[in-house]
Ligand binder design. Structure first.
Ligand code: NAP
Ligand code: GDD
Length: 338
């Protein structure tokens, strides 16, 4: 039986990856930082049998002493390093924490593997935020990077740390350059989940409009379950490498909002401009969406679009959920929850 460690297992991707690895027969271990409620986050969505089969190690990725111990004692076949301060917006207000968690946390793991567990295959959660102010469209593994946030910069350092350890010490360390992927387990502060929640609230007669930032930003949005499987496929490949996972299609935040209202059979019309723009229900005249400048970022990634040809050709990976299916899934989950 293969043995894998997942850091960031309480997050969105941690949930889908642990479910996938348990499903294909792995002995799955999670690395979780202590919080006062001893909360397991998204792992609560696993069933009891899945939970019983998990082994938890309590630790923070910035503490190299516990990272060394867990890696040395665990002798894992695979380590999936997903733990991060992953919210771009928070990286502008908390840049130091973002660097510490995302750079030092990554260095701690690759170094522990180099010192104590050379056979371990390592996956790093890199990101399309590396492309930031895009230098070519669509973006693939050869596109130059231009990060636009402390988060992007921290992940760039992580990406090169992994590549450098791979080349310098002949270790199996791969980067997954994943474009945005979403689900009903997405953190509530990310725009897709925030929209889905607000639309469900309004569809059920609520009156609080959705307060949002940049409606024009475009993202290449896929379904997180597909991407978790892709992480595993990256580590099953014959050699360590860097792979883009994306859908090859992008949509604006505005399109996501419109599609989400379509799911609950509500129409929205847009009036006004700039920060005065609002989205209105044409039947009632009620405001459904308004702009709140607090959600604009000091530097924005205006548009990203991935080319996943390499992953398709070498790994046989492809996304399985379309944009309308993804929006429907997320809005329906919120309708059931609320
Ligand atoms: P997420 O839901 O925000 O999960 C982040 C995880 O990291 C949580 O389990 C969190 O634990 C853990 N964590 C944060 N700081 C930690 C620390 N100091 N020590 C230990 N654990 C810590 O993120 P996600 O959406 O699942 O994304 C997974 C990874 O992929 C992240 O590295 C993210 O940057 C990257 N990524 C995500 C996307 C995407 O679209 N989702 C795209 C590209 C790359 P708590 O539960 O305690 O907060
Ligand atoms: N969060 C948020 N909230 N974003 C908003 C809002 C709002 O109210 N209004 C507009 N946006 C815009 C943001 O400015 C951004 O352009 C876009 O919606 C997506 O924002 P997020 O959902 O926060 O995701 P992200 O693209 O910044 O980052 C996510 O994807 C990256 C991969 O490209 C995160 O998961 C990162 O960890 C990941 O690396």
């Amino acid at each position: 039986m293969k043995k894998a460690l997942i850091t960031g297992i309480t997050g969105q991707d941690g949930f889908f990856l642990s479910r996938w690895l348990l499903g294909v027969g792995y002995d799955v271990h999670g690395f979780i930082r202590r919080n006062s409620a001893a909360s397991l986050g998204n792992l609560h969505a696993l069933n009891q049998d899945e939970l019983d089969r998990l082994t938890i190690h309590w630790g923070d990725v910035t503490d190299h002493t516990i990272v060394d111990t867990v890696v040395r004692e665990g002798q894992f076949d695979e380590v999936y390093h997903l733990a991060a301060q992953s919210f771009v917006s928070a990286s502008f207000t908390n840049p130091s924490l973002t660097y510490k968690t995302n750079i030092e946390g990554t260095l701690n793991f690759v170094n522990a593997i180099k010192e104590y567990s050379k056979h371990t295959r390592f996956y790093f959660a890199a990101t399309s935020e590396l492309y930031g102010k895009v230098q070519q469209t669509p973006q693939d593994e050869r596109t130059p990077f231009y990060p636009r946030s402390p988060y992007g910069v921290s992940k760039l350092a992580g990406f090169w740390t992994v590549k450098n350890y791979r080349e310098a010490y002949q270790l199996f360390m791969s980067n997954g350059i994943l474009f945005n992927h979403e689900s009903e387990h997405r953190g509530k502060e990310f725009v897709t989940r925030k929209i889905a929640q607000a639309v469900a609230h309004l569809a059920k007669g609520g009156t609080e409009p959705l307060l949002i930032g940049n409606l024009e930003a475009k993202r290449d949005w896929g379904f997180a379950g597909d991407y978790a499987k892709g992480m595993w496929m990256i580590l099953q490949h014959g050699f360590a490498d860097d792979f883009v996972l994306a859908t090859g299609e992008n949509h604006s935040v505005r399109e996501f909002v419109t599609e989400a209202f379509r799911v609950v059979q509500m129409e929205i019309v847009w009036q006004g401009e700039g920060t005065q723009e609002i989205g209105v229900n044409p039947k009632t005249g009620n405001t459904l969406v308004a702009i709140d400048p607090q959600y604009f970022r000091p530097a924005e990634v205006d548009t990203i679009l991935g080319n996943y040809t390499k992953a398709k050709t070498l790994l046989g990976w492809h996304p399985s959920v379309t944009f309308p299916e993804l929006v429907k899934r997320m809005v329906e989950a919120e309708m059931e929850r609320s």
